[in-house]
Every structure is written in C-alpha cells, then in structure tokens.
Design a protein. Structure first.
Length: 475
C-alpha cells in the first residue's frame, strides 16, 4: 500500500472514531458539552447554557486559539490546534503523509475552542477551524446576574458609608450572551433629606429629622425664658417646647415655650402669691383678697361707719357696708355723718331731761324731755304765790316826854327771801298806846314797817305781829 493510501485510511479511521465517540456521549449523556436541543439564540436555552451552531451548550470559559497545523514537505501531516473550552480540549488531527498529500479534517472541540486548521507545505489540505469558545462577563456566566451600584444609565451610586443603609439598596445586572452586562436594575439611590419625617431618605443611617437644624422634629424638651435663679421659686415654673420645622420647611427649630411661668412685674393679692418669684409673697398688697374686717380698723372710718365691715378686693379694702348719712340723728353718740362729730345739729340728746319752769321761793320746778333733738313741754312746775308766816320778832319805840305820839319801827324776818310782805296783823304786846301795820319796809321788803302810838302821856307801846301774808316777788 502506498504512503498516500495509508495516510488517507488513517484519516478516515480517525474521523470515524471521533464520530462514534461523540455519538455515544450524546446517547448516554456522558459529556457536559453535549448539545441539549436546537436554538436560534441563547434565550432559547436553559439557564447557564448558550446557543452555538444552532444547538444549546453548557456555558464555559472561552477556549484558547488552537495551534496552527503542521507543515509536511510532501503531504506532511498537520495537527489541528488544541483549545480548551472549560475542561475539554480540541481533538488533534494529523495530515496524511503522502506526496500529494491529503490531510484529515480539522480537529473537533467539545464546546469548541477555535483551532486553526493545519496547513501543508507540500500540497497538504488545511484542517477545518475549530468551533468558537463560550463567552462570559468576567467571573459571571452568561445569563447570571451580578450586584451593581449604579443607575440604569450607568451613573455610579455613592452610598453614605460605602454600603446601602435604610431604604437604599444595590441593584443587579444580567450577563448578556454578548459577554457584556445589561443595565443595573433595582438599585435605590439616596434621596434628599426630608426634615419632616423620621425616615432615613438620605440613607446615612440616621433619621432625617434629626439632621435638620438644632433638634429632631417632634422631640420635646423643658424650657424656661426667665432668669435661671427664679425657676421653681414662687409661681415660676418650666414649660415645654416641641421641635418643628420652620417656615421654609428645611430647618428644625424649637417652638415656643408652652406652659412656662416667668416672673411678673408684681404679685397678685391672692393669699401666698409670689408672682415676682423672689420668695416674698403678696408684695404691695394692703390686704389679701377675700379677707374682711371692720371699717374703723381697715379703712380708718369714723363715727357710725367705723362699725361697718369691708372686704379685700384686688389687694385693697372695698367699700364699707355703712355709708355716711347726710346728718346725724340726735340719739346719744350718733355720728351718722361719719365725720367724728356726734349729734351735730341737735339741741338736745334724745331722752335727756331737764328742769323747767319758774324757780324761786315758793316754786317747784317742772321737767321736760328731749325728743328729735328738741325739748318738749315743761311739766310739773308750780309756785306758791302767797305764804303765811307768824314772825316772833317785835319792835318798840320809846316815846320820851314831849315827842310825838307816833313813831315807826321795823319788824324783820316777816317773809322769806323772794317774798315781800303784803299784810300783817299787829298788836300791842306791852306798854301803852297802839300798833298799826304800815306795809313792807322800803329798805327790806321782807320786813314789816309798823307804827307804834302812845297816849298823850306815857312811854308808848311795844308792837308785835300775830300773822303776815307774804307774796312772791314779781307777782
């Protein structure tokens, strides 16, 4: 057999053996790179498979380019380059060594590394190129996904702290059959800080409302705007304030202090009030609200008004329950006009009495009573106008010889004081002659003037009064 014939036979046997090996592997499922079915594109295949030459193959790393076929001087043998597609290698083929030499077909690969067919120098036929290797996206196989941190348009996402927090999350991207990734889908980038909520929209691990301004929205705290040394003293006390957004909605600020009590300008006059918060209650108050007392002591009222009552209102004594009258009554001690002067305008005090009527010897005084400030009529006054008396005195005159027969003498003590003598009965008590009554003595009307007579001879008479009538003077 010629060299050419032997080379041809070897090539046929080699191809037949390879075909049988491939058929058995397909029949019994012994190889990973056995096609699973027809396809037009990789989407028609199962996950982790790729469409090659119209059939689905398990995806693997791209094979390396096969070695160039050997050259022979005269139909020299060449071998198809071997390439690996994952764990499979391209079959080697040798060109038949014949002078006009034919070469066997290029080697086959299981998931096809692409090998370049051998070329013959002396007229040998080049081997067929091996099938293309399986594409991938780096460490990610076609059809698989990888974690990504970018927007669908490819803009990178910078997560605070380097990793997603709060509502932020990374996305995924699919490795395409072209060996490149598709767009990053599902990633949530940090948003703007929202001062009105406790959510973490800016994805920095903190509530948004804790990062705006000076406080956390809706937080509360004690507050006091008065002098620090007055809080808790007297009426002063702390209040509370709530953190809220300002008018722009971008800054959190403390609201007004509600419920606080700061020092007032003055205390009230309610009992114990220390509104000025200086530990001195009811400063400036004349009295404490609700108190009552006598008008004389509290308002220095006079007269009847002093006995009235007054009540404290707003720290001052109110009106007295007794108000001054236009005038006093004439009841004893009355000062209804409340000016400190009693019974003004009264001639007398009601109920008083006094003696009245004509007084003097022989008179009994009457009595009168005061009513409505004036005395009434006099009752009980009486006088004795005439009074009888029997004097014991006597008078006598001596009549010397040669004197007139008549001569006067005075008998005193005839009438009491206040009376004058009007008539007396006289008689001769001794001696000679006679006695006669001449009337009241000019110098003393209470005395009787008597004329004593004598006879032509003798010493004359001594006169005495047996009775007299006395009349009250002025009548």
């Amino acid at each position: 057999m010629s060299v050419r014939a032997r080379a041809y036979r070897f090539a046929v046997l080699t191809l037949t053996s390879a075909a049988m090996t491939l058929g058995c592997a397909q029949l019994f499922g012994l190889k990973d790179d056995v096609p699973s079915g027809p396809c037009q594109q990789s989407l028609d295949c199962a996950p982790n498979e790729i469409c090659l030459a119209g059939t689905c193959h398990p995806a693997g790393a791209a094979g390396s380019t096969g070695n160039a076929g050997g050259s022979s001087a005269q139909g020299g043998s060449n071998s198809a380059g071997s390439n690996s597609a994952g764990s499979n290698s391209a079959g080697s083929n040798s060109a038949g060594s014949n002078s006009g030499g034919t070469t066997s077909s290029g080697g086959t690969t299981s998931s096809g590394g692409s090998g370049i067919g051998g070329s013959s120098t002396g007229g040998g036929t080049s081997g067929s190129a091996g099938a293309s290797g399986t594409p991938s996206c780096g460490d990610t196989q076609v059809g698989s996904t990888a974690v990504c941190d970018e927007l669908p348009n490819g803009t990178p996402i910078n997560f605070p702290g380097g990793s997603p927090q709060g509502p932020c999350m990374a996305g995924t991207k699919l490795c395409m059959s072209t060996g490149t990734f598709g767009p990053c889908m599902g990633a949530i980038a940090p948003g703007m800080t929202d001062c009105s909520t406790a959510s973490d929209k800016n994805c920095n691990g903190k509530p948004d409302n804790s990062e705006c301004g000076v406080c956390t929205v809706a937080a509360t705290q004690y507050c006091y705007d008065g002098p620090p040394n007055t809080v808790g003293v007297g009426a002063c006390k702390q209040g509370t304030q709530v953190c809220q957004l300002d008018a722009s909605g971008t800054q959190a600020v403390w609201g007004t202090c509600a419920g606080e009590v700061t020092p007032a300008l003055s205390d009230t006059c309610d009992t114990g009030n220390d509104a000025t918060c200086n530990n001195m209650a009811n400063e400036g108050c004349t009295c404490l609200n609700g108190q009552s007392g006598a008008c004389g002591a509290k308002r220095q009222a006079l007269g009847n008004c002093a006995a009235g009552t007054t009540k404290c209102v707003s720290g001052s004594w109110g009106a007295c329950s007794i108000v001054p009258a236009a005038s006093d009554t004439c009841n004893s001690g009355d000062d209804a006009s409340c000016n400190g002067k009693v019974n003004e305008g009264c001639a007398c005090i009601n109920g008083q009495t006094q003696a009245c009527g004509t007084s003097g010897t022989g008179c009994t005084l009457g009595s009168q009573t005061c009513a409505a400030g004036a005395y009434g009529g006099c009752g009980g006054n009486s006088c004795v106008d005439f009074a009888g008396t029997t004097p014991t005195q006597k008078c006598s005159v001596s009549f010397p010889n040669g004197e007139p027969n008549d001569n006067s003498c005075v008998i005193g003590g005839v009438c009491a004081a206040g009376y004058h003598v009007t008539n007396c009965s006289v008689f001769v008590s001794s001696g000679n002659g006679s006695c006669s009554f001449d009337g009241a003595d000019g110098a003393d009307p209470t005395a009787a003037d008597v004329t004593a007579s004598k006879p032509n001879v003798g010493t004359g008479a001594t006169c005495a009064i047996s009775s007299c009538t006395c009349r009250r003077d002025g009548f």
